[in-house]
Design a protein around this ligand. Structure first.
Ligand code: FEO
Length: 412
């Protein structure tokens, strides 16, 4: 029984699942794991599209052998050089010394920069990783026999060398990180096999988390990429480097990407993200949440930043239309976890959100001032004056929390 999945005639999924890594890029938690997707096109010429993380090189090579036996791989197409996809280039070149490495100018500079020289695994003379390469430019094509691959550069989605590879015959796009999601491919590979038609499928939230954590700074380049790929539509299959292969659900994915890259909220709702040292700022957060609920707001995502990882908070900020941040004053500034979130948001250049804030202090207040400065730098208007609590939370703050909730609910 073959373990490699043929996702279309002659096109095989040779990627792997990673359920052991704790943090992607050393930063982002992986509660549902991650897949590193690679694809093998078995035509008159054989092409491998992208590789996998270094921990899984042998599995990639075994899958390739399972499909093509003793034949050689003629081309390695590199859509993206981040090492979760490029780290097996070295081993692939060793296994197939005559392989031609295909990439654009920036890709091949990175191949040299990351991987330098490599030895020939077959005992011959050393083969440099920069030998036998094919430089492609935007719009170039490469014939494999029955199929012709077309290369389209989509710089800064999310690295400068990123490109996609189109196969017109199959109406199929190898899209690199674009349209990718966290989450392993458990059994199935395509969206239909994985039943992503359910709104509760983990891949929708994990796509928003992947985008908001990793790609979000580059909304402009993503918009340009979407425009550039429009003439290739409709596509029957989109093969990203992470998460499901999209077939039936690609229109939904494209719409999601379009809205996220225009920084448009995906639905009405409020994120309340706060730090709290002894529970007084948290009580303000609870009061604001109750007042929002009393005004009919049903989707409220509460994040105590000492326990919620920023990755999930950013996901919800990209999903929902309003954000309320709360912070105690700490060293005459923001509570460190709140400061970190604020930095993350500034880096992602989100142009607008319905925004409010609250804060606390013991002897000298600074937190709400800092949050006001943050809103000003972002160009966000405050929906209502901040709620500020001196020392212990008291019920006399209820009316100002209600005013804040009223302003947020009205503006959503
Ligand atoms: Fe999946 Fe940008 O690497």
């Amino acid at each position: 029984m073959k373990r490699v999945t043929e996702i279309a005639p002659g096109i095989h999924y040779v990627g792997v699942n990673d359920r052991a890594k704790h943090r992607f890029e050393g930063l982002w938690p992986l509660p549902h794991g991650v897949s590193y997707n690679a694809y093998l096109i078995d035509d008159e010429k054989v092409a491998l599209v992208d590789t996998v993380d270094a921990a899984f090189t042998e599995r990639l090579l075994a899958s390739i052998r399972e499909v093509i036996g003793d034949r050689s791989v003629d081309y390695l197409v590199i859509n993206h050089m981040e090492p979760d996809h490029s780290a097996s280039i070295h081993a692939v070149r060793r296994e197939y010394p005559n392989i031609t490495i295909v990439g654009n100018t920036k890709t091949l500079q990175m191949v040299e920069g990351f991987y330098g020289l490599c030895g020939n695994a077959h005992g011959g003379e050393s083969v440099g990783i920069t030998v036998n390469t094919l430089v492609v430019s935007d719009g170039d094509t490469l014939s494999l026999g029955a199929r012709t691959l077309g290369f389209h550069l989509i710089p800064m989605v999310h690295w400068p060398e990123t490109m996609v590879t189109h196969c017109a015959k199959d109406k199929l796009l190898f899209s690199g990180d674009a349209f990718g999601a966290f989450g392993t491919l458990d059994g199935g590979v395509t969206d239909v096999q994985l039943d992503t038609g359910r709104d509760t499928s983990l891949f929708w939230d994990e796509m928003v988390r992947y985008y908001s954590n990793i790609v979000a700074k580059y909304g402009g380049p993503v918009q340009r990429a979407i425009e550039k790929l429009a003439p290739l539509l409709p596509l029957s299959m989109v093969c990203p480097t992470h998460g499901p292969v999209w077939t039936r659900d690609f229109p939904r994915v494209l719409d999601l990407y379009d809205r996220m890259s225009r920084y448009k909220p995906l639905e009405k709702g409020v994120v309340i993200a706060y730090g709290s040292m002894y529970g007084n700022t948290e009580q303000t957060a609870e009061r604001v949440a109750r007042e929002l609920a009393a005004r009919g707001v049903k989707r409220i995502a509460m994040h105590n930043l000492s326990s919620s990882h920023a990755s999930f908070v950013l996901r919800d900020i990209f999903k929902y239309s309003a954000l309320v941040i709360g912070s105690p004053t700490y060293n005459m500034g923001l509570f460190p976890e709140v400061r970190s979130l604020v930095d993350d948001l500034e880096l992602r250049c989100i142009p607008s959100r319905v925004f409010g804030c609250f804060g606390g202090f013991t002897w000298a207040g600074a937190a709400v001032k800092r949050l006001g400065e943050f809103a000003e730098r972002q160009g966000w208007e405050m929906a209502a004056p901040p709620v500020e609590v001196k020392q212990g939370y008291s019920p006399d703050k209820t009316s100002s929390c209600a005013d804040l909730a009223e302003a947020i609910a009205s503006a959503m």
